[in-house]
Design a protein around this ligand. Structure first.
Ligand SMILES: Cc1ncc(COP(=O)(O)O)c(C=O)c1O
Length: 432
């Protein structure tokens, strides 16, 4: 049986940026008319709402106050500097995973001591950049990396703060590609006595590396808050073990991964529920670290597409748009589900349609079984919950340039990423 995605107004509203207004004959976001934005900037277009970004940040900071917790934005969810700058202004720290994200963070105004570096295969150059800039911490992913970082710290004669990333025997119920814990994970050091104990001893033997905390990230789209409690309880035990060996553990980080809804009727994991599950850390002597990504930015943006063709097959329509897996690979990568609607069509729906992308892959389906009105080439389609892991995962597959992104606020729109061009792409190639 086909699953129906019915964009009922109440559910749909919760998926849209907070300033979105839909009146049946049009739509505004941040007091900007969406059709005018599409005309001015072209489509596909990603429209970020500054108000929603700020509000999401504030509501997370309200339940994770600074005296108990450090909230870092996991920039892999969205590494647009314009978005980072807004979250920096709201007081968040930044979690980065590459030289590019370190540079973007600096350009977005983050002082290095508000950034920490993750990654399971960091390059020497990335470690050196992080060390020279004096990032708040480098999250050590394993003993091979420890060897490299220790050598580097001795060469540079620098003291470097590290967190040790652990993988726990907790497997989150989510798509396997979004699971990052469990002992077969490629991330971190298993928390077993032998491996954890050896890692702690090795780090403590280094005169240059300070083991200031422990880190886990269980995975993404986690809906069950009790997993965070289990992780935190385990970290508390492990922290005491490390301290008894002499490690100056101050921080326990449980990463990010809070589920967001992407369809009407979906559930999400509220920041307050996560905070409640982490009470045991608030009541401990340790400072809590959290790294939400999608929970901060997913709802802040919509993707606008223009319909290019409509085909009817067995009373089912296939609506092809001018973007697709090049700007949103999540349906193909994780089976992620989305909804879509036509903001400038009055009738609510006339039947089911699959919204497909323009890329040469059968798997390039953006939204399946969406109820759409009568629709024709040239119509605008809006896909909500487009702020996280779309543009940051975008590719130029088929040599199609990546879309533009804008930030809207109180009637003003600012370009935060220009549309790519064919020249951008081809200029890197060499014709023999
Ligand atoms: C270490 C780490 N922290 C935080 C996140 C953010 O996850 P989410 O966007 O699901 O909150 C990720 C995502 O992959 C991650 O790997």
């Amino acid at each position: 049986m086909r699953h129906l995605s019915v964009p009922d107004p109440v559910g749909l509203h919760d998926l849209l940026p907070q300033t979105a207004r839909l009146d049946g004959s049009g739509m505004t976001i941040g007091e900007c008319e969406v059709a005018a934005l599409a005309a001015a900037y072209g489509t596909p277009l990603y429209v970020y709402d500054e108000h929603t970004l700020r509000d999401q940040a504030r509501s997370i900071l309200a339940v994770f106050p600074a005296q108990h917790a450090t909230v870092s934005f996991a920039s892999k969810a969205c590494d647009l500097m314009g978005v980072m700058a807004v979250l920096r202004a709201e007081g968040l720290n930044l979690d980065v995973v590459s030289e590019g994200q370190i540079e973007a963070g600096i350009l977005a105004g983050f002082p290095p001591d508000r950034m920490h570096l993750h990654g399971n295969a960091k390059s020497d150059a990335e470690l050196e950049l992080a060390a020279n800039l004096g990032l708040r911490a480098i999250v050590l992913d394993g003993l091979d990396e420890f060897e490299r970082l220790d050598r580097l710290a001795r060469t540079l004669n620098k003291s470097i703060r590290v967190l040790l990333r652990l993988t726990l025997a907790i497997e989150a119920e989510t798509h396997p590609h979004m699971q990052t814990s469990g002992y077969r994970s490629k991330f971190g050091v298993p928390d077993t006595d032998a491996e954890y104990g050896a890692a702690v001893r090795r780090i403590l033997g280094s005169p240059c590396l300070q083991l200031e905390g422990l880190h886990v990230h269980l995975g993404s789209q986690i809906r069950d808050q009790t997993l965070y409690r289990h992780a935190a309880e385990r970290l508390l035990v492990l922290a005491q073990e490390a301290q008894s060996l002499g490690a100056p553990i101050g921080e326990l980080s449980v990463g990010g991964g809070w589920a967001v809804a992407s369809m009407p009727g979906d559930t999400s994991l509220a920041p307050a529920a996560v905070a409640h599950a982490l009470e045991c850390v608030f009541q401990s002597p340790y400072h809590l670290g959290i790294e939400p990504g999608r929970a901060l930015v997913a709802r802040a943006a919509v993707a606008l597409y223009t319909v290019r063709s409509v085909k009817s097959m067995d009373s089912h329509r296939v609506v092809a748009v001018d973007g697709g897996m090049g700007d949103n690979p999540r349906p193909a990568l994780y089976g992620a589900r989305y909804t879509a609607f036509a903001p400038y069509r009055k009738a609510l729906s006339t039947g089911l349609a699959d919204v497909v992308g323009r890329f040469c892959e059968s798997g390039d389906v953006l939204a399946k079984d969406v109820l759409l009105p009568e629709i024709a080439p040239g119509d605008l389609l809006c896909m909500p919950m487009a702020g996280a892991y779309h543009l940051s995962m975008a590719s130029t597959y088929n040599l199609v340039p990546t879309p533009a992104a804008i930030m809207v606020r109180e009637g003003d729109a600012h370009l935060i990423q220009r549309r790519g061009t064919v020249h951008d792409i081809l200029s890197r190639q060499v014709r023999l």
